[in-house]
Design a protein around this ligand. Structure first.
Ligand SMILES: C[S@@+](CC[C@H](N)C(=O)[O-])C[C@H]1O[C@@H](n2cnc3c(N)ncnc32)[C@H](O)[C@@H]1O
Length: 250
């Protein structure tokens, strides 16, 4: 199924390539460490394994929790929201204040994701939007999230808690050079901290990144594949402007 939101760095185009590389002999738990719009989680078929979805963005995780636990109330709250520039800025400023309930907060966050330009949550987008289609679709998303554990942790802490020998971790960190687009940013030391954590995991991991010399160097020794934006494996496997990397420890 599709995600219910667009997201900067969302893996809409790469999701099938990633799922096709999941270990053939299975896994007992699936942990999506940098959740965002969850394109890979929504592509993956729910199985018997534990599924965990995490992001550090607390407004985003509150939205997922409200879809999971209070879907109808959220749909009602969204029903009166208009696609207008004024209401976009009202939602933004209300999110910065205090006093909203979790459901009101979730509705405003979904509203600004939907009506902003490229889901950047900062500028009002002038292209056509379908808010009522999204409101209806939330019912299916609620069903998909029924058995998913939703977490709001920094990646290092999350990996420590959920890593096991039969775990599959999928990681999609902010790309090197695009960190400023995410709430709270992502610094050079965070890229290094992630590499350090992944060097110690007991389970298997699949990591997506932009094709960049710094990242290739950082993950030297792991299995690295280069994929072009239109999702073909690249022949040369060299760093190129529009390529992405899929890095695995298996
Ligand atoms: C490239 S996006 C993930 C996109 C996602 N795979 C999708 O398909 O939409 C990276 C995500 O990492 C989250 N993030 C940034 N720093 C983090 C941290 N220290 N721990 C956990 N998540 C973090 C951001 O909030 C953002 O949603």
């Amino acid at each position: 199924m599709n995600s219910f939101i667009a997201w900067i760095g969302g893996k809409k185009l790469l999701r099938k390539e990633i799922v096709s590389r999941f270990p053939e002999d299975g896994f007992d738990r699936y942990v999506e460490v940098f959740g965002g719009a969850g394109w890979v989680l929504f592509e993956k078929e729910p199985g018997k394994e534990l599924e965990v979805f995490n992001d550090i963005d607390s407004n985003l995780i509150n939205l997922y929790r409200c879809v999971k636990y209070h879907c109808e109330e959220l749909q009602k709250e969204l029903n009166w929201m208009a696609i207008s520039r004024e209401q976009f800025f009202d939602s933004r400023s209300q999110l910065e204040g205090r006093g909203l309930t979790d459901i009101q907060r979730a509705a405003r966050y979904l509203h600004i994701i939907k009506v902003s330009f490229g889901a950047d949550r900062r500028t009002f987008g002038t292209n056509k939007k379908n808010l009522s289609g999204t409101i209806d679709y939330l019912t299916l998303v609620q069903e998909r999230l029924k058995n998913v554990v939703i977490e709001n942790k920094d990646f290092e802490d999350l990996i420590k808690v959920y890593d096991r020998p039969r775990a599959l971790l999928y990681l999609d960190p902010p790309y090197h050079g695009t960190e400023k687009y995410y709430e709270g940013g992502f610094k050079l030391e965070d890229h290094l901290r992630l590499r350090e954590s992944l060097g110690k995991v007991k389970g298997r991991f699949i990591l997506s990144y932009n094709d960049d010399e710094f990242i290739r160097d950082l993950y030297k020794g792991f299995r690295i594949e280069s994929i072009s934006r239109n999702c073909g494996l690249t022949n040369k496997g060299t760093a190129g402007e529009f390529n992405e990397l899929i890095i695995r420890n298996y």
